[in-house]
Design a protein around this ligand. Structure first.
Ligand code: 5GP
Length: 126
């Protein structure tokens, strides 16, 4: 079920629970600003999720409310994860779904990193 990106942040969401260690994950990176782990249902050869440590429902919430330092830290973390995975030269794709039309299912901002193969069309054909 898609989430409502205008709802207040609720720290019972699954990614907050993963960061608290209440649910296991395959962690690939962590720093002051971000936590990254493998998607449980990968859609490409590489499918890694990067989430900010701060409490933000969506990209909309993050871009509106997060302090500049936190935005910079998170964006740099996404780049660091992609570099660590060796994705820069072959290339990769970032995706942040927002709300119903985006198909967002978890109400904590997450950026998908896809790679490890040619990724095809940018969005599904209708
Ligand atoms: P969204 O549709 O919200 O952009 O993406 C949510 C993503 O979270 C999906 O790709 C889904 O496979 C992943 N996901 C959902 N639950 C879990 C979980 O418990 N662990 C991990 N590692 N990924 C999850």
């Amino acid at each position: 079920m898609p989430i409502d990106p205008t709802q207040p942040y609720d720290d019972s969401n699954i990614f907050a629970r993963i960061m608290r260690g209440e649910i296991p994950s395959t962690k690939v990176y962590e720093d002051e600003w971000a936590f990254a782990f493998e998607d449980i249902n990968p859609q490409a050869a590489v499918h890694t999720l990067v989430v900010p440590k701060g409490s933000y429902v969506s990209w909309d919430d993050f871009s509106a409310r997060a302090p500049d330092e936190e935005i910079a830290g998170f964006v740099r973390a996404v780049g660091a994860v992609a570099r660590a995975k060796g994705l820069v030269e072959p290339g990769y794709r970032l995706l942040a779904n927002v709300g119903a039309h985006g198909g967002q299912e978890v109400a904590h901002l997450h950026v998908h990193i896809f790679g490890g193969q040619p990724l095809g069309p940018m969005i599904a054909r209708r």
